[in-house]
Write a protein that binds this ligand. Structure first.
Ligand code: CA
Length: 228
């Protein structure tokens, strides 16, 4: 699945340089020229990562990052700060307030794309195209294929995203509400029992190869992908 990157940058030339390169790297790009516009986009739907310029008209990038970190819904949203200020103390301030990385202007587009990939790998692996192998299952987001040994497993798009999320966050219990946020989108209003329906379909698809036991129900809590 392509990752959605929200780019908050007020200089049009830099904005389009970033946009072109991120699209070329396969990302979906949202653009905002100030924190106010960015906030509206974030309220509408959470991106997978925010690329945030430090110096913005109105609210600064640093204050916007602080705001995102202060609210439960956006607390763990990956943030990369973008800045012309190369001083050590600025870098420390950015990392202190919870930015996941820091890129100094002028930057090479290739380096920027690589840094974004690294942050996504750490914080939103379900938003990368990395193939993942676990418990005898192999899921490849790039080709949209799942194999169990030499057998291909066919899944619908929702079950695919669900399995991708579970496999990239294994051995942890996910409440139905968390799965809805992560797999369906955090502003999509569907009932929690919808999750159960798709878990059932996922298990049914994995049953033939005996991999359905990887999807565990944790009574009263939610679901877990576990190889033990
Ligand atoms: Ca700026």
């Amino acid at each position: 699945m392509p990752a959605t990157i929200l780019v908050v940058e007020d200089e049009p030339a830099i904005q389009s340089l970033i946009e072109v390169n991120l699209r070329r790297a396969g990302h979906v790009v949202q653009l905002a020229a100030d924190a106010e516009a960015a906030r509206r986009l974030v309220l509408d739907a959470l991106p997978d990562l925010v690329l945030l310029d430090w110096m913005l008209p109105g609210m600064s990038g640093v204050d916007f990052a602080r705001l995102l970190r202060s609210e439960a819904r956006t607390r763990s949203l990956p943030i990369i700060m973008l800045t012309a200020r190369a001083e050590e103390r600025d870098k420390i301030e950015a990392l202190d307030l919870g930015a996941d990385d820091y890129v100094t202007k002028p930057f090479s587009p290739r380096e920027l794309v690589a840094r974004i990939k690294a942050v996504l790998r750490r914080h939103a692996p379900q938003a990368t195209d990395d193939a993942i192998e676990l418990g005898g299952l192999r899921l490849d987001p790039a080709t949209h294929r799942i194999t169990a040994g030499s057998t291909e497993v066919n899944l619908g798009p929702t079950e695919f995203r669900l399995l991708h999320f579970l496999m990239t966050h294994p051995e942890r219990v996910h409440a139905r509400s968390q799965l809805l946020d992560q797999v369906w989108g955090d502003h999509v209003f569907v009932e929690e029992r919808t999750v159960d329906v798709h878990i059932r379909r996922l298990r049914a698809a994995l049953e033939a190869s005996g991999h359905d036991a990887l999807i565990q129900t944790v009574r009263g809590s939610g679901y877990r992908f576990s190889t033990t």
